[in-house]
Design a binder for this molecule. Structure first.
Ligand code: URA
Length: 434
């Protein structure tokens, strides 16, 4: 078998066999197939798409490209959660401690930023000293001891996805249903949780912009999960504007901390409650959404969720005092306000563009090797539907480089569309597939 023939077959619209998919996944994982050939294949998949059978074969090949974690040493029903990626999506940082405080063991594997979206691992590294490089033993021990552990993708867990994820990030090949479904589900299957709750985003900040595409992605992932014997639920949620107000690593961590104090943005809190309720039900800690919501609200009210975050940060080498004193998190050297150019309602905050502003400010990577500025990003002062007068702040930009701040400001003004009439309100939660 030759990689050239596989690329050619897909480029011409053919359906790859399981053997061909196994060949390229194994060869790429072992370093025998170079990045440039896999980039070409990814671009061919992007344009030609994959069938359900190809997507399943790719998922299984990537899941088995390394170790399959055995989490049977963790007591209770392990529930994992994964988002398809968004802007300002700091959900795991608030949600994991919320559900862990309610007795659900959270054993989660997370990723870094991808395309215009942020990643949980980069965000968590805002805590000074924090590490997601855990051995399997530490991962399991931490979950048994404090109820929560989040690790990055090690070289041993779905290594094929790790390599492909980094490659897709810099070759404009992220937003394809089969590539996203196989990337997420291969990690989730390899990471060994009993139940999986997926947050599938739709809108201008999501990889699946159209709601019907997001629904198809959700259905595909639920099908893969079920075939693999894992209870899988997908929530379809809005990503047509950033979630909450903060976008950028440390800025998002601060907002997650505020949410655990009961002072979070309305949309972000609603999403945490929706996903958290499903996790509690899947983990057998609640019979219905109302009972689950009450437990989650209690965990916020009595401070146990916030303390769980501190325990988790400490268990992974981070400075737990930053949870109670968020000013210890990285702070940008320059904070600049973007003023509204006129009066009007914020009609649109084109979400991927806002994500790109954050990348320009330094919150993401331009190449696989780039370093991330944890303090960089932006804080929205207005969201869609808010009224603003000329000169009033629309957002704060956080960065360390004048040239980048100027570029981000221009881009932000292009992303924020004002109008005389308020836009139609669209619901945050668009559906649940289980
Ligand atoms: N999240 C992932 O883990 N992979 C993707 O491809 C997109 C979002």
């Amino acid at each position: 078998m030759r990689m050239y023939d596989i690329i050619l077959k897909k480029r011409n619209g053919g359906e790859l066999t399981k053997e061909e998919i196994d060949f390229f996944v194994e060869g790429y994982t072992r370093g025998e197939i170079p990045d440039y050939q896999v980039s070409a294949l990814m671009m061919a998949v992007y344009f030609r798409k994959m069938t359900e059978a190809e997507t399943l074969a790719l998922t299984m090949a990537m899941a088995h490209s390394g170790d399959m974690l055995d989490l049977s040493a963790i007591r209770g029903i392990k529930v994992d959660k994964h988002s398809t990626g968004g802007v300002g999506d700091k959900t795991s940082i608030a949600l994991a401690p919320m559900v862990a405080a309610c007795g659900i063991p959270v054993a989660k594997m997370s990723g870094r930023g991808l395309g215009h979206t942020g990643g949980t691992i980069d965000k968590l590294e805002s805590f000074p000293g924090f590490s997601t490089e855990l051995t399997t033993r530490q991962f399991i021990d931490n979950v048994n001891r404090i109820g929560i552990a989040i690790m990055g993708q090690t070289a041993d867990l779905a290594p094929a996805d790790k390599k492909l994820y980094a490659l897709r990030d810099v070759t404009a090949t992220v937003d394809n249903l089969s590539l996203i479904a196989s990337s997420i589900m291969s990690k989730k299957l390899a990471a060994g949780a009993d139940a999986i709750v997926l947050d599938v985003k739709t809108g201008s900040g999501a990889f699946m912009k159209a709601e019907e595409d997001a629904r198809a992605l959700a259905e595909e992932m639920v099908r893969i999960g079920r075939n693999a014997g894992r209870r899988t639920i997908a929530v379809i949620s809005d990503m047509d504007q950033p979630l909450g107000f903060g976008v950028g690593n440390a800025l998002e961590v601060k907002e997650a901390i505020e949410t655990l104090k009961g002072r979070g943005p309305e949309d972000f809190t609603e999403l945490c409650m929706t996903l958290g309720s499903r996790m509690l039900i899947a983990g057998g800690k609640a019979e219905c959404v109302e009972e689950a919501a009450e437990k989650l609200e209690n965990a916020i009210r009595d401070g146990s969720a916030l303390e769980k975050l501190a325990e988790f940060v400490e268990a992974q080498g981070g400075d737990r005092t930053a949870v109670y004193q968020p000013e210890k998190l990285p702070q940008a050297s320059i904070v600049r306000t973007v003023a509204a150019p006129g009066d009007g309602y914020v009609n649109r905050l084109t979400c991927d563009e806002v994500g790109i502003c954050s990348l320009i400010l330094g919150a993401g990577r331009e190449t696989k090797e780039s370093a991330v500025d944890l303090s960089a990003g932006l804080v929205l002062r207005k969201k869609a539907g808010d009224y603003v007068k000329a000169g009033e702040p629309l957002a704060e930009l956080h960065g360390g480089d004048e040239r980048r701040l100027k570029e981000a400001e221009e881009r932000f003004l292009g992303a924020c569309v004002l109008s005389d009439n308020p836009p139609e309100k669209s619901p945050l939660i668009k559906g649940v597939i289980s």
